[in-house]
Design a protein around this ligand. Structure first.
Ligand SMILES: Nc1ncnc2c1ncn2[C@@H]1O[C@H](COP(=O)(O)OP(=O)(O)O)[C@@H](O)[C@H]1O
Ligand SMILES: [Mg+2]
Length: 226
């Protein structure tokens, strides 16, 4: 099922009155039940593209559709609502709150969701903690965790509100091989449960987890055949 679509997408930045073209004529569909990998050199625009899909940034020209709805027409409040309901971001630098425990970090996004009350929030949090295998680290603070554990907290947090679209920016960039495998096991099970998973990476080693590899080069996005 088609989930995300970009049509004739352009992105430019103006810096010191100079125009930099980052994305040029992007046309792409992202479907459910697939893991997409966006590869490309540093500075190619991968993070920019991911932020646009996640509605944190917007296209200069062209259209973005999520579930068939033209997102380019939404205001900031509507976009924030859409993000909460549909999008889970896994950032490269985790963005955990260092003054909160594992449990509190994972629970935090649930407070803005009217669906939950105190009891169900707690149940949902416990389930998420179990999913990323951190039950024995519940009361730990981020600084008491390894990089891999912190990344798993970030994943649980991103999945708290059951998003259909999971966006991950170099999710295993700072991790060893064992943790990398664990993270992709989670992403694969999300894929198999009907999610649309889009991962930005520059690591050749993780390409094997992709169903479709897209290469971003000179502003263009192409399917990578090899
Ligand atoms: N807010 C911004 N203003 C101006 N230029 C930016 C901004 N964000 C990113 N860029 C530039 O856009 C290009 C692509 O950046 P990015 O999407 O972060 O690339 P990647 O993630 O592939 O390394 C870079 O040259 C970067 O300097
Ligand atoms: Mg980047």
């Amino acid at each position: 099922m088609e989930k995300v679509k970009i049509e004739k997408g352009y992105k430019e930045y103006i810096k010191y009155k100079e125009r930099i073209d980052i994305l040029e004529d992007i046309n792409v569909n992202f479907e459910t039940n697939k893991i997409y990998m966006i590869v490309g050199e540093s500075g190619a625009g991968k993070t920019t593209l991911l932020n646009i899909i996640g509605t944190l940034d917007s296209l200069t020209k062209g259209n973005l559709y999520i579930d068939g709805k033209d997102v380019t027409k939404l205001n900031e409040n509507e976009k924030a609502k859409l993000r909460m309901e549909k999008i889970g971001f896994i950032f490269q630098d985790f963005y955990l709150n260092k003054y909160m425990t594992v449990e509190e970090n994972i629970m935090e996004p649930l407070y803005i969701n009217e669906k939950y009350n105190k009891t169900t929030r707690k149940q949902r949090t416990d389930k998420l903690i179990e999913m990323v295998n951190l039950t024995d680290r519940k009361k730990h603070f981020p600084r008491e965790l390894s990089g891999g554990e912190q990344q798993r907290v970030a994943i649980a947090r991103a999945l708290a509100n059951e998003p259909d679209i999971i966006l991950a920016d170099e999710p295993t960039g700072n991790l060893d091989k064992t943790n990398e495998i664990k993270i992709f096991e989670i992403l694969k099970s999300l894929r198999d449960n009907g999610k649309c998973v889009i991962v930005v990476t520059h690591s050749d080693r993780v390409k094997k987890y992709a169903d479709i590899i897209l290469k971003l080069e000179e502003g263009k996005l192409k399917i990578d055949e090899d």
